[in-house]
Design a protein around this ligand. Structure first.
Ligand code: ZN
Length: 295
């Protein structure tokens, strides 16, 4: 568009005399003036406010990683639900058996695309979420999620390109996410598909050739997650239970009781002492009144 324009170096050439420059300016086409305006406008945009700058930076970042960004189609929310389910309904049983999942198992935390970002999420207060990478604070978790998407994209574990949300069918994420039970009838095809995925996870993560512990956990996994994938009803997921929190609750209660017991004893002691003193004083008063009566 600006092909017929004299170069800027020519205009600003220090060797050129003022008269020569004036004659060249007289011959400038309107197109050049238009281009000059465009240049000025672009320089104004480049020195814009930091917020605009950050937006453009994030856009540039997005375009740099655009190809990869479009390849990632993985729900953060559902990945989080799957991760919670594993932590709550599977990990305690693995810890009990001292069983380590292999990285080939899709349930292994390394296969969670959002693992690093989620670990850098700090819930400081009820309405305060903090980014563990840069320290920015947000009112809601969803804004921190958006911040992660825009500013810390590089922390996504894209090398594995495995998505925990894809396991949601097998792991009953809807139950975890408090979704209202669907009014539509159970879909036998979907249930069969989820059951197949569930069983393949069991085979993959707890192979029979890994010894008795793996065989036990394979059985456990089928009962805990896979049995409920049926339209016959009556079977609920997580039938084998969850992480026990009572132990922590009881520990806190017992510490509180131990701390409050001496206070209670002191209170009872002081109370009884007060009663004893009161009764002694009453006796003394009654004696003095008895002695005074005969006079
Ligand atoms: Zn940050």
């Amino acid at each position: 568009m600006c092909t017929g324009v004299p170069s800027l170096s020519r205009i600003s050439d220090p060797m050129e005399t003022p008269s020569a420059m004036a004659s060249s300016w007289n011959h400038l086409p309107f197109e050049f003036l238009f281009c000059l305006l465009l240049l000025l406008q672009s320089s104004v945009v480049s020195s814009a406010s930091p917020s605009q700058d950050s937006k453009s930076a994030s856009r540039n970042f997005g375009s740099e990683h655009g190809a990869a960004a479009h390849e990632v189609h993985c729900s953060r929310e559902r990945s989080r639900a799957a991760s919670k389910i594993i932590a709550e309904y599977l990990t305690p049983f693995l810890e009990k058996e001292r069983y380590q999942l292999s990285e080939n198992c899709r349930l292994h935390h390394e296969n969670n695309l959002y693992r690093d970002q989620e670990e850098h999420k700090m819930h400081v207060d009820l309405n305060e979420w903090k980014c563990g990478y840069c320290g920015k604070r947000f009112y809601e978790e969803k804004y921190l999620d958006m911040h992660f998407d825009n500013r810390h994209y590089e922390m996504l574990n894209v090398s594995h390109v495995k998505c925990f949300a894809d396991l949601c069918g097998a792991l009953h994420c809807d139950a975890m996410m408090d979704f209202k039970p669907q009014k539509s009838k159970c879909n036998p095809a979907a249930a069969a598909r989820n059951k197949h995925l569930c069983e393949s996870l069991a085979d993959n993560c707890f192979p029979g050739n890994q010894g008795p512990t793996a065989i036990r956990l394979h059985e456990f996994f089928l009962r805990q997650f896979c049995d409920a994938h049926t339209c016959k009803g009556g079977r609920k997921p997580f039938s084998r239970g969850r992480r026990k929190r009572r132990s922590v609750f009881y520990l806190v209660i017992s510490i509180l009781v131990l701390m409050l017991l001496p206070v209670l004893y002191l209170f009872i002691y002081l109370y009884q002492r007060g009663i004893r003193r009161g009764s002694q004083e009453l006796r003394r008063i009654s004696r003095t009144t008895q002695k005074k009566k005969p006079s």
